[in-house]
Write a protein that binds this ligand. Structure first.
Ligand SMILES: C[S@@+](CC[C@H](N)C(=O)[O-])C[C@H]1O[C@@H](n2cnc3c(N)ncnc32)[C@H](O)[C@@H]1O
Length: 225
C-alpha cells in the first residue's frame, strides 16, 4: 500500500502532508475510489478521514475501499453534494481532485456563506480538471490566497494542484497570474515543460480570446529561469 497511488494522487497526498498536524482530518470531496484517503490513513499522513461523493455508486466504492482496508473506525463515507452536511473542524485539509473548476467554485461558494471564519483554519487542496484560470480568479476575489501550486504529468496530461487558504480578504491577480498561477510563475525556472505546455494551449486559445492574447503579447521577465 505504500506506493500504489498514481503520480497525480501522490502529488496531492504529498502536498496535503505539508498542511497536516496531528489532529487534522483529510476530507476528500468526490472521493470515488477512495484511494487517496485510504493511502493517507495507511501511511500515517492523517489519523481520520471523511470521504464524500455526490453519486451513490462512487460513494459505495469509497465505502468498500475503507472497509477492505479495515479503516471503518477512522473514516466516514457520506453521499452528499460537496461538503453539504459535513461540519468542518480546525486544521481539516479538504481535497477536491478531479472535479471541474466550476463545480469546485460552487462547493466553495456554499462554504463561505455557511462557515465564514472557520474556513481560515482549513486548507484546501484543489486539482481542477478544467476552468483553472476561472477558479483562480474566483478564489482571489472571494478572499482565498494561493499558498502553493504544483504540477505533474501523468498518462499524457498535465495536472495542476492549488493549495489554498481563506483569509476573507479579496485580492487582485494580474491576468498573467490568473492564467499561469501566481506561485507557478515563480517556479517556471524548474517547471519549464509545464510552462511550454501552457504556452501552447493558450497560444491556440488566444486566436479567439483577446484576454489571453493580451497576456501572451505582454513582455514578461521570468524571475528564476
Ligand atoms: C473524476 S472522479 C475523481 C475521483 C478522485 N477524487 C480522483 O481525483 O481520482 C470525480 C468524482 O467526483 C464526484 N463528484 C462530482 N461532483 C461532486 C460534488 N458536487 N460533490 C461530491 N462529489 C462530486 C463524482 O461522482 C466522481 O465520483
Amino acid at each position: 500500500m505504500k506506493n500504489d497511488l498514481t503520480v497525480r494522487l501522490r502529488l496531492i497526498a504529498d502536498l496535503s502532508r505539508n498542511y497536516a498536524v496531528p489532529e487534522s482530518r483529510i476530507i476528500d470531496v468526490g472521493s470515488d475510489h477512495g484511494m487517496l484517503p485510504v493511502y493517507c490513513l495507511k501511511n500515517g499522513i492523517f489519523g481520520r478521514a471523511v470521504l464524500t461523493d455526490i453519486n451513490e455508486a462512487p460513494a459505495a466504492r469509497s465505502a468498500s475501499a475503507v472497509a477492505d482496508n479495515c479503516l471503518s473506525d477512522r473514516a466516514e463515507v457520506i453521499c452528499t453534494d460537496g461538503l453539504d452536511g459535513v461540519e468542518l473542524c480546525r486544521n481539516d485539509v479538504v481535497v477536491m481532485a478531479g472535479l471541474g473548476g466550476n463545480n469546485i467554485r460552487d462547493i466553495i461558494a456554499r462554504l463561505i456563506t455557511r462557515d465564514g471564519d472557520i474556513l481560515k483554519d482549513v486548507t484546501f487542496i484543489l486539482q481542477p480538471q478544467k476552468s483553472i484560470p476561472e477558479l483562480r480568479e474566483y478564489l482571489a476575489v472571494s478572499g482565498f490566497d494561493i499558498d502553493d501550486e504544483e504540477c505533474c504529468f501523468e498518462s499524457g496530461f498535465y495536472y495542476c494542484v492549488l493549495c489554498v487558504k481563506y483569509t476573507g480578504k479579496p485580492r487582485g491577480l494580474t491576468d498573467r497570474e490568473i492564467y499561469y498561477g501566481p506561485v507557478m510563475l515563480k517556479k517556471f525556472g524548474e517547471r519549464r515543460e509545464y510552462k511550454e505546455f501552457l504556452d501552447r494551449v493558450y497560444g491556440v486559445r488566444a486566436r479567439g480570446d483577446k484576454r489571453i492574447a493580451k497576456v501572451l503579447e505582454e513582455p514578461y521577465e521570468q524571475s528564476n529561469s
